[in-house]
Design a protein around this ligand. Sequence first.
Ligand code: ADP
Ligand code: ZN
Length: 360
Amino acid sequence: MVEQLNILIEESKKSYPIYFEEDFMRLPIVLKEKKIANKVLIVTDSNISPIYGEQLKELLESCGVETYLFVFKAGEKSKNLDTIESIYEQCLKHRLDRTSTLIALGGGVTGDIAGFAASTFMRGIHFVQVPTSLLAQVDSSVGGKVGVDYCGSKNIIGSFYQPELVYTNVNTLKTLPEREFLAGLAEVIKHGMIFDYDFFVYLEEKAQDILELKADALKYLVKKNCCIKAQVVQQDEKEQGLRAILNFGHTFGHAIESSMNFSLLHGECVAIGMALACKLAYTKKMITYEEFMRLVNLLKLYKLPTEIKGVDPDKIYEEMLRDKKQMNNKLKFILPTGIGKVIQTTDVTKEEIIESFKDG
Ligand code: ADP
Ligand code: ZN
């Protein structure tokens, strides 16, 4: 049975499918079905290329698709305009045109880079995402944000560009470093906490299958996450601001990320941020101690950090304010009112924030 989810893009009344598969075999078929198998440039990073890049190129070629491969050095540092220029060069060299397709094979970094190149080359060529990290499978494949960093600012140059389709092969997660996998799970837990009590329970009950990377559990998990994110993003069109709930754990998380000089992964900071936000909500009597502990225990079950030691809470608070200044608005928090339910509030004092860093 083909598992597929259709993501509707409200503004354009168009939709694109996300496929949930256990190998790459059907990719050439779906490209042909969509009539975007004319000429393909696969963009991937230096970690992923030896594992999947060559393999995918051979598969497409064996199905008669003219295919080229462009590899950039793995890491956020490559998310810049130089890499974009190198992709344009490849596009010109291999004479890609508006009937050609750019495939992003990799994590979030690859998706951002390849998507931006696809959105701008000849004012936009076909774009297909083949996400290989959990974060990219559950997060970047819905929302259409693409872009690069510039002059020290993250994602400062970019656009919204929707893919023609997303092809998720959950078995690629078997080669993803464990730390990256667990960090991706932080955003998964976030989706349960902000929107879906039953999914939160699923994560509590199926931890073993998920941690053992059982394909069925992974397919369900990735699909459910895409659904939740799509629902939030789509409802935002009607219910202005709903999208903000995706920032749960991120007000603390971003401040921790920069206070720690980016030594922790984004998902790890979000995990700590979610635990702190729950602690704050508990302090404000918005949730019970049991609910607060349920989130902490779920994070621990997935080997994620829930607290931060050796960092001055005042420093993190300053970092939050700095972020706020940059955004030119008030310090906003997404806080739970139960499991599966959150609200947005600015009604939080400095004392309450500092308090949430204390033990117990
Ligand atoms: P993100 O976490 O946003 O997806 P990256 O694109 O940088 O960020 O991916 C995280 C790291 O994991 C990178 O070093 C990338 O090369 C590596 N990676 C991504 N997918 C896989 C995979 N399936 N197997 C092995 N390494 C992978
Ligand atoms: Zn995030």
